[in-house]
Design a protein around this ligand. Structure first.
Ligand code: SF4
Length: 390
């Protein structure tokens, strides 16, 4: 079976090249061709030796998920539905803005965490995406948007300047594949994205927040959605396992960075340099808390005040997200006035609090809806009881 080179970061490509009897610099060349230039045809990789190209044709492929649907909304938001096996679809969304272009990437087919307001959670969990399927979304989007991964020569702009792991699935329960994909996104020979511009969004898998800090620190967003455990247990059930106190402590550790071992400290360096070094581990000095605004559920003045008290000691920003309704969700979007009032309370306390613009309304609504149309699978609980009885 040929291997899919989209699964390989630089370290894996180096081992693969060694197996082929090739020098390590070939791995860097391959990484550049595949990701930086978006090339999948080995014969077109003109600075590779002919003998290597011949070996690659028989031993490897560059294969991305097939595009099932590709739609662009009137505001420029573009959404792809990708096939990752029979009956399984995932979504990737590109959101163009004035000074940046953000690609929202999926990490799993469906999701096991069953957040009450989430269309993806309703579909149940099927499987983790491979590294190739995760990074393949960025590869495809770059190609589809008509540019390779290079910045524009004149403006320095990139079409895709930011990546957010906020699509289908909980990225931190597919940890190893997500981290391998992140490393490819950050690699200068591949996409060269800044750590500050790559965000992992989690519903709060506490041990893996710590692991992320140690293994591949990027910007962190946390789906908070409630100011107390009682409400969060209902909206984000993983809260029963990792309650707010533990989650917020992990957020603080993330922002503070990895403590240095004494042996790593350069005693001769001035104190400010050592502190700076310590903090470099986390690319941003705040965590973004996402808070979906659900009418009459979590959008009242007392909720905003409770939120302020809860997050008092965590360096953070808030992103308020008007709920995007989907059929039989059981929730409604908060009134604009309620969102404005909620935001004002946070702003008055000196916090940064933005309201996310709803984008791409005319191509479909909430994340997971489009994929839900190809996944007419049995409800998770029915499926589990069926599996248990066989
Ligand atoms: S909000 Fe995220 S973690 Fe929760 S069910 Fe949806 S995809 Fe999963």
């Amino acid at each position: 079976m040929p291997v899919n080179l989209l699964d390989y970061d630089l370290a894996h490509l180096t081992s693969f090249c060694a197996e082929l009897g090739e020098k390590p610099f070939r791995a860097r060349q391959l990484l550049r061709w595949i990701h930086h230039f978006g090339e999948s045809d080995f014969e077109s990789m003109s600075d590779l030796a002919k003998s290597l190209r011949t070996k690659l044709v028989t031993r490897a492929v560059v294969e991305v998920p097939a595009v099932l649907a590709d739609s662009t909304a009137s505001d420029g938001t573009r959404k792809w539905l990708l096939s990752v096996g029979p009956g399984n679809g995932i979504e990737t969304v590109f959101i163009p803005e004035l000074h940046r272009g953000t690609l929202c990437i999926s990490s799993q087919v469906g999701c096991a965490l069953e957040c009450a307001f989430c269309a993806t959670g309703r579909q149940g969990f099927n499987r983790n995406l491979s590294v190739a399927e995760i990074v393949g979304q960025l590869w495809l989007a770059n190609r589809a948007l008509g540019r390779d991964a290079r910045a524009d020569k004149v403006t320095g702009d990139r079409r895709i300047s930011n990546v957010v792991m906020m699509g289908m699935g909980e990225p931190l329960t597919n940890f190893d594949n997500v981290v391998a994909a992140l490393r490819i996104m950050l690699d200068d020979h591949a996409y060269g994205l800044s750590r500050r511009r790559v965000t992992v969004s989690t519903s709060g898998i506490v041990p893996n927040i710590d692991r992320l800090l140690h293994e591949c620190p990027v910007a962190l967003a946390v789906s908070l959605h409630a100011p107390n455990d009682e409400l969060r247990d209902r909206l984000v059930p993983i809260n029963k396992k990792y309650p707010l106190k533990a989650l917020l402590a992990a957020c603080t550790r993330y922002v503070e960075g990895v403590p240095l071992d004494h042996a790593d400290l350069d005693e001769a360096a001035p104190l400010h340099a050592r502190v700076k070094w310590q903090r470099q581990a986390a690319p941003r000095d705040f965590v973004t808390f996402e808070y979906v605004m659900l009418r009459g559920v979590n959008d009242q003045i007392e909720h905003a005040r409770e939120l302020l008290a809860l997050t008092r000691d965590v360096p953070c920003k808030f992103n308020l997200i008007p709920f995007n309704p989907f059929p039989a969700s059981g929730f409604e979007r908060s009134e604009p006035e309620a969102i404005r009032r909620f935001q004002e309370i946070l702003l008055e306390a000196g916090l940064v609090a933005t309201v996310r613009k709803t984008r791409g309304d005319d191509i479909d609504g909430a994340c997971g809806q489009l994929a839900g149309q190809v996944q007419d699978r049995t409800n998770r609980k029915q499926r589990h009881s069926a599996e248990a009885s066989t």
